[in-house]
Design a binder for this molecule. Structure first.
Ligand SMILES: Cc1cc2nc3c(=O)[nH]c(=O)nc-3n(C[C@H](O)[C@H](O)[C@H](O)COP(=O)(O)O)c2cc1C
Length: 368
């Protein structure tokens, strides 16, 4: 495999990477009461040691009582949790890595399988996490204002702790995405509306506040997905024109890099072109983009939650698209759960040593 183009450096504002490989954000639920432990810090540091260019943390939730449905998901607020994150970024930097937290509010969720619930009801644009299923409350204007401020504080803390960038989780049916999607946003105020552009108001306000908090020179990533876990084939933007109308206001509000989540990176976004989501986002906005989805693996990630393992696969198609200029960075998820040294092995062409992904890696923080 010819992978040299994955090993060129990349610089944008505060973010300086030695290669184009990004560790995709992956929830691990190993942070009791929201506090990342020593083991979590070692887990990330070992991926830095393994030469990942940028680590994006698992989703880490903002300071709203019901921003999470799981007590073991890390907080990005409060003295103890932030001290835990300080340790994470320090260890990652010592190991030669770069990192950004993925800032998250889950919005309206299903109850956690453990039975744990936050002390206040889930909140979202219209009390629904998926079409027709009410399991929370519609947010008031003051809830929305406080939530926007909480995103801003988290981003300011990311910068203060020394992280290299920050990612906002706007994908996969969580809070920001619940505002984007007409099925879960039924509001009639300024945060709702018939068009995707109107329903982007919440995201735009969050992005502007984050930009205000971190200043112009701090790189900001926004993760988006067209699909929802409750609707794989959904397209928020059904045409390139709709996508352009959606993404450009987000870029104007302050996004530097669009992280375009797909389950399989090779799938075309629209008929008539083989460009994927990241390819279109870059073409339409001129911004840097990250692609993701089954890079180097035979099977996709939602099947992994149902217990499916995956084998290593060729990177040729990925490199072909990268060399064509479709996207700037490539995020890799499951291979890095199973193998901290994945990036180094690719660089050194040690393909026979690649491990693929096995479901056992979900239940532990694999260190080697
Ligand atoms: C265990 C696990 C946890 C995940 N948690 C998150 C998350 O917290 N935030 C997020 O944006 N995506 C999350 N994802 C999706 C990944 O970031 C990535 O997009 C997906 O796994 C596809 O990449 P892959 O095919 O290389 O694994 C998760 C995926 C897995 C497997």
């Amino acid at each position: 495999m010819q992978t040299d183009s994955l090993f060129r450096s990349f610089s944008l504002k505060s973010l300086n990477m030695k290669n184009r490989i990004v560790m995709a954000p992956m929830t691990r639920s190993f942070s009791p009461e929201g506090v990342p432990t020593d083991a979590v810090a070692d887990y990330y540091a070992s991926r830095a040691q393994g030469e990942v260019g940028l680590i994006l943390s698992e989703g880490t939730v903002i300071d709203r009582v019901s921003s999470s449905n799981d007590p073991n998901i890390p907080h990005f607020y409060g003295e103890q949790a932030l001290a835990g994150w300080q340790q994470v970024i320090d260890k990652v930097h010592t190991a030669g890595g770069k990192m950004g937290p993925q800032i998250w509010h889950m919005g309206v969720m299903d109850n956690h399988r453990s039975g744990w619930l936050p002390s206040q009801p889930f909140e979202g644009p219209s009390g629904m996490g998926k079409p027709g299923v009410v399991n929370g409350q519609p947010m008031t204007e003051s809830d929305i204002a406080d939530t926007i401020a909480a995103y801003g504080r988290a981003a300011a803390d990311a910068k203060r702790l020394g992280f290299d960038t920050v990612e906002l989780h706007g994908a996969h049916g969580y809070l920001i995405d619940q505002f984007f999607w007409h099925e879960t946003n039924r509001r009639s105020d300024i945060f709702g509306g018939k068009t995707l552009v109107e329903r982007s108001r919440f995201a735009i306000e969050v992005i502007k506040e984050v930009r205000r908090q971190v200043g112009e020179d701090f790189a900001m990533i926004l993760r988006l997905s067209q699909f929802k876990p409750s609707a794989y084939d959904n397209k928020l933007a059904a045409t390139p024109e709709e996508m352009e109308a959606w993404l450009n206001p987000l870029a104007d509000a302050g996004v530097d890099i669009f992280h375009c989540s797909q389950r399989r990176f090779w799938e075309p976004e629209f008929e008539g072109s083989d460009l994927n989501f990241a390819g279109w986002a870059k073409k339409l906005t001129g911004k840097a983009t990250i692609t993701v989805g089954s890079v180097g693996l035979t099977g996709e990630f939602l099947a992994a939650f149902a217990g499916e393992s995956s084998q290593p696969s060729s990177l040729d198609e990925l490199v072909r698209r990268m060399d064509r200029g479709d996207f700037d960075l490539v995020a890799v998820g499951r291979p890095l759960l199973s193998d901290p040294a994945w990036t180094k092995k690719i660089r050194e062409q040690r393909t026979d040593e690649l491990k693929g992904f096995s479901v056992e890696a979900l239940g532990q923080l694999v260190l080697e």
